[in-house]
Design a protein around this ligand. Structure first.
Ligand SMILES: [Zn+2]
Length: 386
């Protein structure tokens, strides 16, 4: 269990294709995980999700701990049974939301005390309680409690990295289930020496997989890519690498090129509910009047239920009329877009053509302009509240 097998590596970049065994099935990496914050990928049933080809779903421990409570989920057989998803799942530790969302956060060497964003009630997470909560939820991949610092604050990152390492060792010691892969999380902001030291320290503790946290939280894309450039070479080649919270299409291509195997991001589903739909040319906005009489699907050639059955004009009508079906269909398309992208990325690695695929994709795909990029950052901030 939890064996990572490298199937093929690209000779020009660090891109790699592999398989990772979990108790609920095999993940073919690189893989993208849609986000199911509250034990549901908003607007989709597990049947819809299966039809998109999704193989891994992420859920948030912070939210489930507060509501309905992790013991409640445990008593219903864990997350898989609770939400009717029998394929692999991943939970975060809850730390990210505590640091970004909870009110009145007080940190000490032993853990963090905070007030719920829902009702102001007082709670405390420690490395041990974060593991206990995730053992109650029962996901296949679970995460160490870590501290995500402002990416550009050197002094804060030095302290956060030290705390993250101490907590990682305690998380490992606290683990009692053997059917969950506990990943360590590399921190260190945009500082190469901190990232390298963090990767090496965690590798010594020896986890079945490693995550890179604290990115896509305010640094530039160039800074994020440069951080990956120095970090992934320090991580063991025989273990999967997970880039947390990153999943814009262009970032996926750049992450894969730097040796990342697992991605998750709320962006595809969040922007779908705002009428933003991914195509190979970039993101289109369904609310735009240019689509009012457009008989074509969102993306001609897409095999998703939305594109196979509906025109852009009809989808635009649903959004203008604020019909729930619009959110559902748009989400189906964006999730399928991401899953199909990952499949093609993986096939190109296997075929030895990843560099050409990456170049072609990035040449065709128009990255949102500054204004849209700003909206994206705002969406990421809201993600913490989702
Ligand atoms: Zn589609």
């Amino acid at each position: 269990m939890f064996e990572y097998t490298l199937i093929a590596g690209d000779s020009n970049t660090a891109a790699r294709a592999g398989v990772f065994q979990t108790p609920h099935g095999t993940l073919r990496t690189p893989v993208f995980a849609p986000v199911g914050t509250q034990a549901t990928v908003k607007t989709l049933t597990p049947r819809d999700l299966r039809e998109t080809g999704a193989s891994l779903v992420l859920s948030n421990t912070y939210h489930l701990y507060l509501r309905p409570g992790t013991e409640r989920v445990r008593d219903f057989g864990g997350l898989h049974a609770w939400m009717g998803w029998e394929q692999p799942m991943l939970t975060d530790s809850g730390g990210f939301q505590v640091f970004s969302l909870a009110q009145m956060r007080k940190l000490d060497p032993d853990g963090v005390t905070f007030r719920s964003h829902i009702d102001g009630s007082l709670h405390r997470f420690t490395p041990e309680s974060a593991i206990l909560s995730q053992e109650s939820l029962g996901a296949d991949i679970i995460m160490c409690l870590d501290e995500c610092a402002e990416p550009l604050d050197r002094k804060y990152n030095e302290e956060a990295v030290a705390r993250t390492h101490a907590w990682a060792a305690r998380c490992k010691a606290a683990q009692s289930r053997t059917d969950q892969a506990l990943f360590g999380i590399v921190q260190g902001g945009i500082f190469p020496d901190l990232r390298i030291a963090s990767a090496r320290t965690l590798a010594k503790i020896d986890f079945p997989g490693y995550a890179i946290g604290g990115l896509s939280v305010g640094e530039t894309k160039a800074e994020m890519y440069a951080t990956l450039d120095v970090t992934t070479p320090e991580l063991p080649a025989d273990k999967p690498r997970y880039l947390m919270g990153v999943g814009a299409p262009e970032d996926i291509l750049e992450g894969v090129a730097r040796g990342i195997d697992i991605f998750d991001c709320v962006l595809p589903t969040r922007v779908a509910r705002n009428g933003g739909l991914f195509t190979r040319q970039g993101r289109l906005n369904l609310r735009n009047s240019r689509y009012a009489a457009d008989p074509l699907p969102v993306e001609p050639g897409c095999d998703c239920y939305c594109c196979q059955n509906f025109s852009k004009a009809y989808l635009r009508h649903l959004f203008k009329a604020e019909e729930i079906l619009g959110l559902h269909l748009a989400t189906i398309h964006n999730v399928r877009f991401m899953i199909r992208l990952m499949k093609e990325v993986r096939q190109s690695i296997l075929a030895g053509t990843f560099p050409a695929f990456r170049q072609r994709f990035l040449a065709e795909y128009e990255v949102p302009n500054q204004a849209a990029r700003h909206a994206q950052l705002e969406a990421r901030k809201q993600r913490k509240q989702a």
